[in-house]
Ligand binder design. Structure first.
Ligand SMILES: NC(=O)c1ccc[n+]([C@@H]2O[C@H](COP(=O)([O-])OP(=O)(O)OC[C@H]3O[C@@H](n4cnc5c(N)ncnc54)[C@H](O)[C@@H]3O)[C@@H](O)[C@H]2O)c1
Length: 366
């Protein structure tokens, strides 16, 4: 489908919809908030407070764009009160402890947030009297990683070595249970509820400030005029621009609401075959586009288990949702680094996001 045509279809569907967005103060959540507002949706957010004063949500004035509730996803009563007050048409659940290395430091909190947080959202949805669709964001790391290099399909075995990956795999089992036990697609007309899981890989984009992620680490190193220490330069990751994944979530939410029987289950969102970059290629591309920065290989790094290679088979998302990656990893890197450079040069962060959203959908003027 042509770019503008799909933007119009998304606008028609999302305009005026009540959306409950968890994780709205985070990197992907803030971009999702801007996208949903661009489509005319009425967004209520539920998250912890932003961590840094230069987080995207703060820089781009996210608080003025939604009804923001700062609260903990582990607090069942609070989640239920918030969801029953909003009575959302759709839920996008992004709130999580999303970092592998942090999950080694805080495994209990990671399991609690990622598993029970998801269950709290699903159960609050179950209690809603009205129809509701939920897109639950997990990760490509839910697969039992055989390190074989072959692309994982949605029905491959779930697993997870580190606490982050296994907490998300466990959340997927809970999501599938709620779907089978309470939101059965075959009797959708009786309950009006539909749920699906979205699995994506490493996303990059302007405004990410998380620790232990390659682009934010590089930007911090550039700002401090220091060398970036790269742990695994040859590791391949499915780099994609954040808008690519969020576009997938939006399509999934729309199609799942209309046709739960054919859009149920889990969906992989990743780059096309052959569109791969190593960590080192990403870093050198980013340094070239920013115009400054330097890096070294850090061989003394703390040795925690990290998956070497992870590829996703995206046939299901292409076939069922008509979702197709639009930006190559090189374009994703270019857009991301331009965003940081322009904002460092004084451009308004919200304007930079809006311009890239419109570029992504083929409406260039912001
Ligand atoms: N960024 C990536 O590369 C990537 C890749 C795959 C999957 N994901 C998934 O996408 C989602 C968003 O990730 P992100 O990169 O934006 O992370 P982020 O750290 O920038 O944002 C996380 C969000 O979750 C909220 N949160 C964390 N703990 C919470 C709690 N106890 N209660 C309420 N809110 C809580 C934070 O306040 C924040 O809004 C996560 O589910 C993550 O696992 C991210």
């Amino acid at each position: 489908m042509e770019k503008l045509e799909i933007l119009n279809e998304l606008r028609e569907f999302y305009a005026g919809k009540r959306i409950f967005l968890t994780g709205h103060t985070g990197f992907k959540g803030a971009w999702m908030l801007f996208l949903l507002r661009e489509l005319g949706a009425d967004v209520s957010g539920y998250s912890l407070a932003p961590l840094h004063k230069n987080d995207l949500y703060v820089l781009a004035g996210g608080e003025s764009l939604c009804n923001s509730r700062i609260a903990d996803i582990r607090d069942r009563e609070s989640v239920e009160a918030a969801i029953s007050a909003v009575r959302p048409d759709l839920i996008f659940h992004l709130a999580a402890q999303p970092l592998v290395r942090e999950s080694y430091r805080r495994p209990l909190e990671t399991f609690d947030t990622n598993i029970m947080g998801s269950v709290h959202v699903l159960d609050a949805m179950r209690r809603l009297p009205d129809a509701c669709t939920a897109v639950m964001i997990t990760t490509d790391k839910v697969y039992e990683n055989m390190e074989g290099g072959f692309p994982y399909k949605e029905n491959d075995r779930l697993g997870g070595f580190d606490p982050y990956s296994s907490s998300k795999a466990a959340a997927e089992i809970c999501i599938a249970s709620y779907q089978k036990a309470f939101f059965t697609p075959e009797i959708f007309a009786e309950h009006g509820k539909a749920v699906a899981a979205a699995r994506g890989g490493n996303v990059i984009g302007g405004g990410d400030r998380a620790d232990d992620r390659i682009i934010p680490d590089l930007i911090r190193a550039i700002e401090a005029d220091e060398e970036l220490k790269v742990r695994n330069p040859q590791a391949i990751r499915p780099w994609q621009h954040v808008l690519e994944l969020l576009y997938g979530y939006l399509l999934l939410g729309m199609r799942l609401s209309r046709d739960p029987l054919h859009c149920q289950g889990a969906f992989n969102f990743g780059p096309c075959d052959q569109d791969e970059m190593t960590v080192e290629e990403l870093v050198t591309t980013a340094i070239r586009i920013y115009g400054k920065g330097r890096y070294i290989h850090r061989s003394d790094a703390e040795k925690l288990h990290e998956a070497g290679i992870l590829r996703l088979n995206i046939d299901k998302a292409m076939r069922v949702l008509d979702w197709h990656p639009r930006w190559s990893s090189a374009t994703a890197a270019e857009k991301t680094i331009r965003w940081y450079r322009q904002v460092a040069e004084g451009e308004n962060a919200a304007l930079s996001c809006r311009r890239q959203i419109l570029e992504y959908f083929g409406e260039e003027k912001a």
